[in-house]
Write a protein that binds this ligand. Sequence first.
Ligand SMILES: Cc1cc2nc3c(=O)[nH]c(=O)nc-3n(C[C@H](O)[C@H](O)[C@H](O)COP(=O)(O)OP(=O)(O)OC[C@H]3O[C@@H](n4cnc5c(N)ncnc54)[C@H](O)[C@@H]3O)c2cc1C
Length: 360
Amino acid sequence: MVCGLGPAGRALTHRALAHGLSVIAIDPRPERAWTATYGGWADELPGWLDPGVVAARVDRPVAWGTRRFEIDRGYAVFDSEGLRRGLRIDGAQVIADRVVEVGGSKGAQWARLSSGEKVTAGRVIDARGLTRSPERAEQTAFGVVVPESAWDEPLFMDWRDDYDAPAEAPPSFLYAIPLSNNRFLLEETCLAGRPALSPTTLRDRLHRRLRNRGLTLSGDEPTETVRFPLEGGRPGPRRFGALGGMLHPATGYSVTRSLCAADDFVLGQPESPARTRAVHLLRELGLRVLLDLPPTDLPAFFDAFFALPAPRQRAYLSGATDLTGTAVAMTSLFATLPWTLRRRLLTAAMGLSGMNRTGS
Ligand SMILES: Cc1cc2nc3c(=O)[nH]c(=O)nc-3n(C[C@H](O)[C@H](O)[C@H](O)COP(=O)(O)OP(=O)(O)OC[C@H]3O[C@@H](n4cnc5c(N)ncnc54)[C@H](O)[C@@H]3O)c2cc1C
């Protein structure tokens, strides 16, 4: 049984069916359309995924801290509704209801629904996603869709501060990705905040930044607003997707990771639990550092990150079990930072500053 039919639960249901299992899938709105624009690293896409669900690819996305980097790693942008439809779940018994509790022991598990019904299965996987809470750091963004004639440079992250905000204000970055039908999504993003910058603040920054780069928006462009929690996931054999710690706490990416992990999870061979938990803890430390770093230090921090060799970047950003790779990436990053920044990072990592970056 799979509780929740977001990207993670739907991928899991799809793959369980492909492996010949019978599946009950429960979600209050199982056929809800996916309107968010999902992207992720192209090398994380599993071989079984229909390539037709990818709307656009970028071979070498550009990142800016204080200087320009080309990332030697392909990036894929989904046609999100195409992805949802491509993860076919015909053959599953779909129940449109809310799960209020899950429980049971090995081989005899159950989910209680809001209707009062108790549904049992040999295995119950909770993929109900993360809920928002003031204690949880969030990622927020505000984006507009423009024609390719107005913008054509893909940007994974652009931390330049040409959005006319005070230097001490929490920073945000520009994310610019191609979509289908010769369009671009330009999104001003607050990577992590507790609370995160509001979509209105991000909208104003986006307008100012684009104006400074010669693009004045009409205000009639289609928009996208992003807000989701970065914290609260915990790896475990009965949890999958963001709830199961598959969301990278310091970047917010989870969709490609859940797709990638679905087969092993279905086959009962989840990624090594102890190492997965340790890697997750290290990445949570990365989030704490990001939340505590003074805003003015972030571009230099990302300069150091994007200057790391691609395999080190990949070890920190992707996969779930490479504890050595994650630790080496973090220590290599630390070693290349200026001393002042290293001192601040140590303070943040030890939780001594007590100062969380806040938005408005
Ligand atoms: C606009 C936007 C853009 C984003 N862009 C990206 C991106 O580019 N790349 C990326 O990796 N991530 C992106 N994210 C984040 C991404 O959406 C989430 O991390 C991802 O959806 C998590 O997937 P999930 O299936 O684990 O959980 P969710 O997507 O939260 O899905 C949970 C599912 O469980 C169901 N559910 C909830 N409660 C219950 C219940 N009680 N009983 C039964 N079912 C329940 C919900 O209806 C939902 O279908 C974006 C988010 C937004 C909002």
